[in-house]
Design a protein. Structure first.
Length: 223
C-alpha cells in the first residue's frame, strides 16, 4: 500500500521528474508564448524548433521515425534550456526514447518502473488522424504512475478525438496538472494540497489559475 503524503514523489521518481519539470517551468515562468505539445505532422515540429532556435537531434539506438530529442536554449535565451523527447504517436518505442534521453543526460541511471513515459496528448484521441493518414507527433514527459493512471481514468477516458483540422495543440491547465501532480487526489483537501505543491514548482499565477479552473470539474465535489 502506498502511504506517501499527497504530492510527494518517491526518491527514485524525483531524480527524473524534477529536472523535466524545471525545464518546462522555466519556459512557462519566463515566456508569454504558448508551448506546443502536439503537431499533426513532424514538419510542424521541425518548423517550430527552427523558429525557437531549438535543435532536433536523434537519440542513440532510436529511429528518427520513432522519436527525437528537442533541446537548446528557448528563443536563444541563456537560462531557458529545454530538453524534451517527442515521439510519433504510431511508435511503441516511446519509453525506450525517454531512457535514451536519460542515458545521454546521466549515463547509467535506470528509469524506474513506476515512472511513466507519458504522451502529453493521449494517443487514444489521435486514432482518427492516424486513420486519415497523418503521423501525429506528441511531446513525452516523465509522470508518476499514480498521477498518470488516475488522470487517464478520470479525465482522458472517453474524450473526443482530436479534429483532423487541428494541426497543433498547446499546453493547457488540464495537461499541466497531469505533468506536475504526483498523485490523483481523492478528495477536495487532496486537490488543494496538490495545487499548493504545483504552486511551489511553478511561480506563475496565471498558470496556477488555469490548472485550478480546468481541473475543478473533475475533482470530488466539483470544487
Amino acid at each position: 500500500m502506498d502511504t506517501r503524503p499527497i504530492g510527494h514523489s518517491t526518491s527514485e521518481q524525483a531524480a527524473f521528474i524534477i529536472l523535466s519539470r524545471v525545464d518546462l517551468a522555466s519556459v512557462l515562468e519566463n515566456s508569454a508564448e504558448e508551448v506546443p505539445v502536439y503537431f499533426r505532422e513532424f514538419d510542424g515540429l521541425g518548423e517550430y524548433c527552427a523558429e525557437k532556435k531549438l535543435a532536433v537531434k536523434e537519440l542513440p539506438g532510436i529511429s528518427s521515425s520513432d522519436a527525437m530529442l528537442v533541446s537548446g536554449y528557448f528563443n536563444g535565451c541563456l537560462g531557458l534550456f529545454v530538453d524534451f523527447v517527442w515521439a510519433s504517436a504510431a511508435s511503441n518505442k516511446y519509453r525506450d526514447a525517454v531512457k535514451a534521453k536519460w542515458e545521454l543526460r546521466d549515463p547509467g541511471r535506470t528509469l524506474p518502473s513506476n515512472l511513466h513515459a507519458d504522451h502529453i496528448v493521449n494517443r487514444g484521441s489521435l486514432k482518427d488522424l492516424q486513420a486519415a493518414g497523418f503521423d501525429p507527433w506528441v511531446m513525452l514527459f516523465e509522470v508518476p504512475w499514480s498521477a498518470n493512471v488516475g488522470f487517464g481514468g478520470r479525465v482522458e477516458r472517453g474524450r473526443d478525438q482530436i479534429a483532423i483540422a487541428e494541426s497543433r495543440i498547446n499546453l493547457n491547465g488540464l495537461l499541466l496538472y497531469k505533468l506536475f501532480a504526483t498523485d490523483f487526489p481523492k478528495s477536495q483537501d487532496d486537490f488543494h494540497k496538490t495545487l499548493e505543491n504545483i504552486g511551489g514548482q511553478i511561480n506563475h499565477e496565471g498558470w496556477l489559475k488555469k490548472v485550478k479552473e480546468e481541473m475543478a470539474p473533475y475533482m470530488p465535489g466539483k470544487i
